[in-house]
Ligand binder design. Structure first.
Ligand SMILES: *Cc1c(COP(=O)(O)O)cnc(C)c1O
Length: 383
């Protein structure tokens, strides 16, 4: 049986050069970066070197980066950190209905803590209207959090326009760029953004390491208390191997960006053409935005077959896909993103996310599309 991984939006394979760098650090370094002896100083140099590389990749200052344990922690640190630091100014937060659960569930928690949260609606393409952001602002608004690109349907949000609105009103703006990084060019200094979340394992780096960009003027309360690491913004001994791997992955990501964008567009085109051939245009619906989108995510519904059935049948053929976000798969809950997009019920209940990246080939996409066709035929004939 074949093994075809089409779930790169959930996690990606580690690039061999990343693994190599990590192994070198794991085998050679074990000092604590806070220790003053030679082993500690070597570890500190490793952390600082990686921070410089990541800062160069994201176009920010090294001291504006906080290493975290991943995208989830970065989102939580941004939301709880800004909320706590600004609570004297106000307690209103604006976000969207299509954010990752790391943002949405943190917002639910903040509501329990006495904050008021506005969850902006989206259009049928999953796109947030900047005018609605403007209209939602009150004297109490302290934070706006909107994702750069959606991880389920790939829609790219108008974060420049939203950021400019936030600037005009003097409101802190956080962007979850976890899914966008690796597909879009990202420059912290050029974007009207104050905080931005990143995660290594979405860009062919290791799981469990991420970063939060925090503009130097932004006040932030930490989530964790302990040592003085990360300029008191994130206590805990640094994840040396993870940080090294993240920096290497970011460097490779930025250097390959143009090629990857072209490859993704090409593979996407190939896949959609293959779906038309093997499934037929009239038997599937594309979810997401037609133009403002990431190339590597194809969210598509086959209304004749429920999500779980299709996902399990593809899995039996060795093809790994998702039902939306990693957190929603495994449960039968329909996607909150597609719900917010108000797609018809049969589209909502039959959505599959194909996401591709490093290592995938046209031939694999062809094979996957063909298998979808076979599965549909089999189900139609009741076998
Ligand atoms: C994957 C993802 C996260 C969570 O990142 P982890 O490193 O897995 O915790 C947050 N936001 C978006 C948009 C993501 O795609």
């Amino acid at each position: 049986m074949r093994n075809i991984y089409l779930d790169h939006a959930a996690s990606t394979p580690i690039h061999p050069e990343v693994a190599e760098e990590m192994l070198r650090v794991m085998q050679g370094q074990y000092g604590n970066a806070s220790s003053i002896h030679a082993f500690g100083r070597a570890a500190k140099r490793t952390v600082n070197g990686a921070r410089d590389i990541l800062a160069a990749s994201l176009h920010c200052r090294p001291d504006e980066l906080v290493f975290t344990a991943g995208g989830t922690e970065s989102d939580n640190l941004a939301l709880f950190g800004v909320a706590a630091a600004s609570k004297k100014k106000g307690r209103h937060i604006i976000t969207t209905a299509v954010e990752h659960h790391a943002v949405l569930h943190a917002c639910h928690r903040l509501e329990e803590n006495g904050y008021k949260v506005t969850y902006l609606p989206v259009d049928t393409h999953g796109w947030v209207d900047p005018n609605q952001v403007k209209e939602a602002i009150t004297d109490e608004t302290i934070l706006i959090s909107v994702m750069y690109a959606n991880n389920e349907v790939g829609t790219v949000e108008p974060i420049v326009e939203i950021g400019e609105i936030a600037r005009e009103h003097g409101i802190v703006f956080h962007v979850d760029a976890v899914q966008a990084f690796g597909s879009l060019e990202i420059s912290c200094v050029d974007l009207p953004v104050d905080l931005m979340s990143f995660s290594a394992h979405k860009v062919n780096g290791p799981q469990g390491i991420g970063a939060l960009y925090v503009h130097r003027n932004i006040a932030l309360e930490p989530l964790l208390y302990g040592g003085l690491q990360e300029r008191k913004r994130r206590a805990g001994t640094e994840n040396l191997a993870g940080i090294t791997g993240f920096a290497k992955a970011a460097e490779l990501t930025v250097s390959r960006l143009r090629d990857k964008q072209a490859e993704d567009e090409q593979i996407r085109h190939h896949f959609l053409a293959a779906l038309e051939r093997y499934v037929g245009k009239e038997h599937f619906v594309l979810n997401g935005h037609p133009t403002s989108r990431l190339a590597h995510i194809v969210n598509v519904s086959f209304p004749e077959v429920g999500t779980e059935t299709m996902l399990m049948n593809l899995d039996m053929e060795g093809i790994a896909v998702a039902s939306g976000s990693a957190c929603t798969s495994g449960s039968l809950e329909p996607s909150h993103v597609l719900e917010a997009m108000k797609v018809p019920e049969n589209v909502l209940r039959s959505a599959i996310r194909f996401s591709f990246g490093l290592g995938n080939t046209n031939e694999e996409m062809e094979y996957a599309a063909k298998k979808v066709g076979t599965i549909l035929d089999r189900i139609r004939s009741g076998k």
